[in-house]
Design a protein. Sequence first.
Length: 433
Amino acid sequence: MQPRLTLLARVVYGAKNGFAHIAAALEKEGLLGREVEIRFTEEPLADAAREEARGRRVAVLYGLSTPVFLELEGEVARVASRYPVIAGGPHAEGAYWHLLRLGAYASVVGDGEPAIVGLAESLLGWRDLSSVPNIAYLEDGRFRTTRISLADLDEYKPYHEGLGLYPPIEIMRGCMYRCRFCQVPWQFKSNVRYRSPARVHEAARAYVARGRRDIRFIAPVGFAYMSRGGRPNPSAIAELLSGVAEAGGRPYLGTFPSETRPEYVTPEVLEVVKRYAANRRISVGLQSGSEALLDSVGRGHGVEEVLRAVELIHSYGFTAVVDLIFGMPGEKEEDVKATVEVMYRLADMGAKMRLHHFLPLPGTPLARARPRPLHPLYKKAVLRLLGRGVFEGDWRLQEDLAWRMYCRMARDPAPTREPQPLPGYERHCNEGN
């Protein structure tokens, strides 16, 4: 049987891994390879025309973070004027109306596995769009969202052999914390799910069979895997990591993209990670040296907890990498001074620091917060510490990106019939933003 529907997956910066979950879901339901095929594209209009000439129905898939959306917004509009566009990713969920105003067929606002299966069936003419779960769409000038269906991670492979997609293995989806600047808890409404050790081990064996021994994991809080009541579960982490090692893999946990929080940095967890994991760096979030600011953004921990975690990390032979965010909403000069003081303390402790500038991410409580210029005290501290090799991160680029993100959201901040810009946004945004 020749597939009747071609899904063209738009590749950005050469990255294809994000489409592994989509492919696995379509394959599980018996659609991929029969009624549906997936092809990768960097020229969606040209490739869509070729598929159409072959007699195929065509839709174009986009996975969009906000920076990628800002870069490809014009392209999405052009493609959507000719072919159905399905948009997924953080921006598509947090600001789905942006995509629908551009003409997208649907924007995915929940777990992508149930959504892509329903969308494929809709494009094949088998079901009405309104019955597809986890999407937003435009009907008679109104934005509609459908029922939310949560995926069981164990039902889907986190990779796809046929397409050669072997991303970091997602072991945890959703987050039990509610940091006001982070998209994860607001995307999945704090519905935390885990992929079981047995399923992770199956995936690890498949990765190793393809020569991919370095096994990384995706988790908003890596050391919270299978956690119970906000406490770490060292035995589950040991089962996870030891099984990957037995499969011939080299597991990495507690480093990107499975950073952790200070509450989960315990001697028991570090013993397990030291025994089984390949990484010798552990990333832990602090974000600010100000107790007041940590409280206002909902971090749920204090500064001293992070400093104790750093000491513990170092005592086990790891290097701590601490995340800090400059310019968070509500930040006052005393907050900046407190953060700078902690930066010097961390440097003296031998920690690395990954520096960020606040980004107003769609779908978060701070999505409409106006960025601010980098405080001079931060610049002074960075210059003084630069020669010690303690910094990493893209904070310089993020300062400009923050304004671009804010201005795009300020022009169209809510799913109303017509865009209703934030009052006075023109004072801060020009046509270039």
